[in-house]
Design a protein around this ligand. Structure first.
Ligand SMILES: *[C@@H]1O[C@H](CO)[C@@H](O)[C@H](O)[C@H]1NC(C)=O
Ligand SMILES: *[C@@H]1O[C@H](CO)[C@@H](O)[C@H](O)[C@H]1NC(C)=O
Ligand SMILES: *[C@@H]1O[C@H](CO)[C@@H](O)[C@H](O)[C@H]1NC(C)=O
Ligand SMILES: *[C@@H]1O[C@H](CO)[C@@H](O)[C@H](O)[C@H]1NC(C)=O
Ligand SMILES: *[C@@H]1O[C@H](CO)[C@@H](O)[C@H](O)[C@H]1NC(C)=O
Ligand SMILES: *[C@@H]1O[C@H](CO)[C@@H](O)[C@H](O)[C@H]1NC(C)=O
Ligand SMILES: *[C@@H]1O[C@H](CO)[C@@H](O)[C@H](O)[C@H]1NC(C)=O
Ligand SMILES: *[C@@H]1O[C@H](CO)[C@@H](O)[C@H](O)[C@H]1NC(C)=O
Ligand SMILES: CC(=O)N[C@H]1CO[C@H](CO)[C@@H](O)[C@@H]1O
Length: 897
């Protein structure tokens, strides 16, 4: 009986305590607001359980629930609800409007699939409603006018359709209206915007079904800072009223059907304007004179190519302008002169118009200028010396104009210059020595009247990939050194070149790239060379020869040499003391290991650092032992710490380092053993025939291993020697990368010199290795891209072709430059059903091997892209992108900014 009383009492006491807790610790208001929120939550699907804190029993105070912000004490009422990007779906319930002080509701980036939730207009205090990037559908009803208190309405990136309703005029307090990327249609009536006088931000872009003139009333919105109307079927003229948009910072009217001229006055007094884009319309006529000149005056004079200048008066117009884009229209006449020397200008695009005028020397004052594209116009100008002084310039493209005179010596002095296109002009004189633009990727000077030699210094530009010198008057021979470059395009047709063509520049390129030079000779050309000198061996060829020596004769040499070494080593090792550290229980002694390391157990021909032996331990298990010379680059203690760093890595796709031994003259690294040897060994076999799914598995696994080293493991590590022979395969073809981060064991200087002496890996080395001495993640990504190309093509990274060796990156780039070329690089031994996936992987590999390091993805992005290929559906759209990537316009994005 007493027991019963006791347990009943305790059964009551506990909930009572809880009740008390709520009463005492959570203010009264909470129960109301909490109930409202829980009722809101009950109609929402929350697959990631992001709203787990939303619970009566969680003890999290309501104001700490996910996404909730409360007003400050003492009232603690909910004012803001930010639930963006939580994969929520279901129904947006009206209950939320019972929160009397809710002013901010952001449900952007979710999966809500419904019509516009008009009932939210019952939220009396609501100022911001953000539903961007959901699946909201249906029209915007006139009742939108009920959202009286709204200041910010963002319905962008949904499937809202129909007309822009009249009801909007009631939202007089609206400051931000974003209806971009929807399916709105019809005419934008003028009265809608006339009354929204508070608007700061108006975005109707990417509504291709609209078909309307731009209402002149938009020009009366004098608070407007951003006006985005691009790609929305606007036609007619740009209203003159736009002149009144004094606060405008960003104006984008591009990709419409606008006609007529440039409104007189636009561009005067727009001192806040940062970005101006009217590209891809049908605008015509000339620019008003004096645009962007403001009140200021620029005084400059040119003395013997040295600009001495001063701004005599500050100009207040266009001072903030960074981007000016008028390309693909019908503009003619003078290009606004003042634009060339604005202090903040970064991007000028005016290609495909009929603009004329000169490029002034004062361009040197545009100290932020990054990109100029004025191709296909009527610019009649010398190339100013001032251009070479702009050290931020990344692209200068002015083909199809009337540029004349000589190319100034300094025109490629910008250290980040990547793309130069001066083709189809009237330039004369010699091609200057280009030495400073170490990042130049593409140089086109075709169809001018340039004379003299092809400068040998071009071969010193490490990432030069596209070189077009066709249709000039160039003489002399083609420099042998150009073979060192990884050229994807080399066109010297129709010049007056003579002499022997370096053989690797004949194979791999269409014959048409050499034609029109009757005095060139070489195998496969109309003329074979007369005096048969002993064949000179170019550097690429030399590596090839070295490699074949290494592969063919190497084994013999090593076998002979090793025996001698082995004996002396054995003698020494009897003397030298060994220290060993095992991180796994290995039942073996140092002596046991050393005795087992003989010619029979050795595999491969040894890399840059030492040979590998496969040993069977007394317990029956196998291990791989890598023997490094002990370079004494660090103390025993430091070495122990470094090896431990590598040994602590635990990842399925990275070979385990099980222990190491150390003596006077060697370091033995003991790795786990992989049954199938390396991927490199497989690929070079003539019967190499892995199905695609296994190749993809190998690629994904190796990528995961590298991503882990780069970003997850602490300390972050670089592999520095990614190649197919360093990817080992176990019985199930699970890949394991090995030989990682050896620089930490042998020390940087020994590492660098050993790598330099190893010939076989040349084609895994990223091109920027020529100018960046420090190893980077992007270099690993490049090397991985080469491995991926090996998997896709089934070819070794470096392979003889027409008696010449060719690097796989070059080979692939050249092949895919022609129509349907991408299909030709895929390994024929793989079934056709995998073609789409292989093309997808090819696209990834091309990005990884991009000449510009900053264009390469991270290993994590690579993992994600490769994994997405696995799910058989998405990649139909991938292929066109891969073609684009490899054309000379690889870098044609409008700006890097
Ligand atoms: C959330 O959505 C993203 C994008 O669609 C998706 O990749 C992810 O798998 C989703 N997460 C969950 C748990 O549903
Ligand atoms: C609630 O949030 C406040 C402020 O961020 C924080 O100081 C407090 O520790 C949080 N309380 C709980 C229980 O999470
Ligand atoms: C919350 O709303 C109530 C009722 O509308 C109002 O009286 C109160 O002042 C508001 N509190 C805050 C902090 O805005
Ligand atoms: C939205 O819901 C409708 C009706 O349930 C459905 O047919 C449609 O596929 C859904 N849309 C999306 C993108 O989920
Ligand atoms: C709406 O939310 C999205 C996602 O966070 C954000 O990018 C966008 O700027 C927001 N819209 C407005 C008008 O603030
Ligand atoms: C421009 O108008 C023409 C017909 O007038 C139409 O075919 C074309 O799609 C329109 N272009 C854009 C970008 O709206
Ligand atoms: C040059 O621009 C004109 C329009 O001004 C265009 O019709 C023509 O196709 C362009 N030429 C090239 C080669 O792009
Ligand atoms: C090329 O040079 C020769 C000799 O100097 C000259 O006669 C010829 O006109 C030049 N051709 C061009 C296209 O400039
Ligand atoms: C730990 C880890 O990420 N392991 C990966 C190794 O690679 C295989 C593919 O071969 C993946 O399935 C594993 O997830």
């Amino acid at each position: 009986m007493s027991f019963l009383t006791y347990s009943m009492a305790s059964a009551f006491k506990f909930p009572f305590f809880l009740f008390l807790f709520y009463q005492v610790f959570i203010p009264i208001w909470a129960s109301d607001d909490a109930e409202i929120l829980l009722s809101f939550k009950s109609s929402i699907e929350d697959p990631m359980n992001s709203l787990s804190t939303w619970s009566n029993t969680s003890f999290t105070p309501l104001c700490n629930w996910t996404g909730i912000t409360c007003s400050p004490s003492p009232s603690f009422s909910v004012t803001s609800l930010n639930l963006q990007g939580l994969n929520l779906s279901g129904e947006i319930s009206t209950s939320i409007c019972e929160l009397p002080n809710l002013s901010y509701l952001n449900l952007a980036n979710n999966f809500f699939n419904q019509s516009i939730p008009l009932h939210l207009s019952q939220c009396g205090a609501l100022e911001t409603l953000n539903l961007s990037n959901n699946f909201i559908w249906g029209t915007i009803p006139d009742q939108i006018s009920q959202f009286m208190s709204l200041r910010v309405l963002d319905l962008s990136r949904n499937r809202v359709e129909g007309k822009i309703p009249y009801g909007l005029v009631s939202l007089k307090g609206l400051q931000v209206l974003n209806l971009g990327s929807n399916l709105l249609s019809g005419i934008v009536t003028s009265f809608v915007f006339g009354s929204l006088t508070e608007l700061v931000d108006l975005d109707l872009s990417e509504n291709p079904l609209l078909s309307s003139e731009i209402p002149a009333e938009v020009g009366n919105l004098d608070q407007l800072q951003r006006l985005l109307l691009q790609s929305s079927g606007f036609h007619g003229e740009i209203p003159d009223s736009f002149v009144g948009l004094r606060r405008l910072e960003v104006l984008d009217l591009s990709q419409n059907n606008l006609t007529g001229g440039f409104p007189l006055g636009l561009g005067f007094g727009l001192e806040n304007l940062i970005s101006f884009d009217v590209s891809q319309n049908k605008l015509s006529g000339s620019f008003p004179s004096g645009i962007c000149r403001g009140k200021g005056l620029i005084n400059f004079s040119v003395h013997t190519n040295l600009l001495t200048g001063s701004i005599t008066d500050s100009f207040d117009d266009c001072l903030n302008l960074e981007r000016f884009q008028v390309q693909n229209n019908g503009f003619l006449g003078e290009f606004p002169d003042a634009l060339w020397s604005l202090p903040n200008i970064k991007l000028i695009r005016a290609e495909n118009n009929r603009l004329s005028s000169e490029i002034p020397e004062s361009i040197s004052m545009a100290a932020q200028l990054e990109q100029v594209q004025i191709d296909n116009n009527s610019f009649i100008s010398k190339i100013p010396w001032g251009l070479g002084r702009v050290r931020s310039l990344y692209r200068f493209s002015a083909s199809l104009n009337g540029l004349y005179g000589e190319i100034p010596e300094n025109f490629c002095d910008s250290p980040i210059m990547s793309i130069i296109n001066l083709s189809h002009n009237s330039l004369i004189g010699r091609i200057p020595e280009l030495t400073k633009c170490r990042k130049l990727v593409s140089l086109s000077l075709s169809d001018n009247s340039l004379s003299g030699d092809i400068p040998t210094s071009l071969a010193q530009l490490p990432v030069l990939t596209y070189l077009d010198l066709s249709d000039n008057n160039l003489t002399g021979s083609i420099p042998q050194e150009l073979q060192n470059l990884k050229l994807a395009l080399f066109n010297v047709s129709y010049n007056r070149l003579s002499g022997r063509v370096p053989s690797s520049l004949i194979s791999g390129f269409p014959a048409s790239f050499l034609q029109g030079n009757p005095d060139l000779c070489g195998p496969g050309l109309p003329n074979s060379c007369l005096e048969e000198r002993p064949k000179s061996i170019g550097p690429t060829k030399l590596t090839c020869v070295l490699i074949s020596i290494a592969f063919a004769a190497g084994l013999m040499v090593v076998a002979a040499g090793f025996f001698a070494m082995y004996r002396s080593y054995k003698l020494k090792s009897h003397r030298g003391a060994w220290c060993s550290v095992f991180y796994y229980p290995l039942r073996v002694t140092e002596q046991g290991l050393i005795m087992g390391m003989d010619e029979k157990s050795a595999i491969g021909n040894g890399g840059a650092f030492g040979r590998v032996y496969i040993l069977r331990l007394p317990g029956g298990e196998f291990v791989a032992v890598k023997r490094l010379m002990n370079f004494k680059s660090q103390s025993w203690k430091a070495l122990k710490a470094e090896v431990k760093t590598l040994a602590k890595i635990r990842h399925k796709n990275i070979t385990k380092l099980m222990g190491f031994c150390y003596s006077e003259d060697s370091i033995l690294l003991i790795y786990e053993f992989a049954h199938r040897g390396s991927l490199g060994d497989l690929i070079c076999r003539s019967d190499f025939q892995l199905e695609w799914s296994i190749r993809l598995k190998i690629a994904v696994g190796a990528a995961q291993g590298l991503a882990y080293l780069h970003k997850e493991y602490i300390p972050h590590l670089l592999h520095r020697n990614v190649k197919s022979t360093n990817i080992l395969l176990d019985a199930d073809f699970e890949p394991k990368i090995t030989d990682f981060a050896l620089d930490r064991i042998v020390g940087e200087s020994v590492y660098v010199s050993s790598m330099a002496s190893e010939s076989g890996s040349y084609c895994y080395v990223a091109p920027e290795h020529g100018y960046i001495k420090k190893a980077t993640e992007q270099m690993d990504v490049y090397s991985f891209g080469v491995v991926l190309l090996e998997l896709i093509t089934g070819r070794q990274a470096e392979q003889p072709e027409f008696g010449d060796s060719i690097d796989i990156v070059k080979w692939v780039r050249r092949k895919i430059n022609v129509a349907n070329g991408a299909f030709q690089v895929l390994d024929r031994r793989v079934s056709n059903t995998s073609q789409h996936e292989m093309l997808g992987a090819l696209e990834v590999a091309l990005r990884c091997t991009s000449v510009m390091p900053e264009k390469r993805p991270t290993m994590f992005e690579v993992v994600r892209s490769l994994q997405s290929l696995d799910s058989k559906a998405r990649f139909h759209s991938v292929f066109p992108a891969s073609v684009e990537l490899c054309s000379p316009n690889e870098h044609s994005e409008s700006s890097r900014a």
